[in-house]
Design a binder for this molecule. Sequence first.
Ligand SMILES: Nc1ncnc2c1ncn2[C@@H]1O[C@H](COP(=O)(O)OP(=O)(O)O)[C@@H](O)[C@H]1O
Ligand SMILES: [Mg+2]
Length: 226
Amino acid sequence: MSLFQLEDIKKEFKHGSTKEQILKGIDLELNKGELTALVGASGSGKSTLLTIAAGLQDLSDGSITFGGKNMSAMNAEGVREIRAKHFGFVFQHAHLVPFLTVREQLELMLDTAETKWSKKSRAARIEDALTTVDMREHKDSYPENLSGGEKQRVAIARAIIHEPQILFADEPTASLDSKRSVEVIELIERLARELNITVLMVTHDNDMLEYAERIVEMKDGKIIEF
Ligand SMILES: Nc1ncnc2c1ncn2[C@@H]1O[C@H](COP(=O)(O)OP(=O)(O)O)[C@@H](O)[C@H]1O
Ligand SMILES: [Mg+2]
């Protein structure tokens, strides 16, 4: 079932008086619970496409439809609300707050989330998310005492704590060694399979592709292969 549609997405950046077209009409659909890998050479526009899809950056032309709603026709507040309720994000680096414990990182996320939960359901959510990423025993640790893979697992817990429908991941394994990369990709694959989260993941690493149900390749701002 198609949950998310990108239609004829274009993006241009101005360099002085000239305009450069970075995305040249992208069509892409994401199906519920499916893990789609986005690959392509550096500079081909993967991160630009991902951030536009996630509502983190404006598009120049085209339309984005999520759950039947046309996001590109919404004002900034409407997009922000969808993003906060239904989207989660993971990047190459975990970007944890250095002076907060693992549990506090997640509490902070719930404090700023769109939906307000009772104290009891907040605690249950934190336990669930930490169990999902297998980090319960580290809940009182600070980031400096965690390995790169553990930090990324906390970043994933933080990204899913509000039960998003779509997870956008930009090179989530790029700063990890191969063993930690496999742990993180297996976790992301499990989010799709068991929690039915739709995942769009940019990756450079061919070893990650076997976990994807679909592989989409970009070249020079266009999709060249499904
Ligand atoms: N904010 C921006 N302003 C101008 N050019 C940009 C901006 N963001 C990205 N670009 C350009 O768009 C192209 C694609 O970048 P990006 O989407 O980051 O590619 P990828 O993630 O595939 O490496 C690059 O040439 C980059 O320099
Ligand atoms: Mg990129």
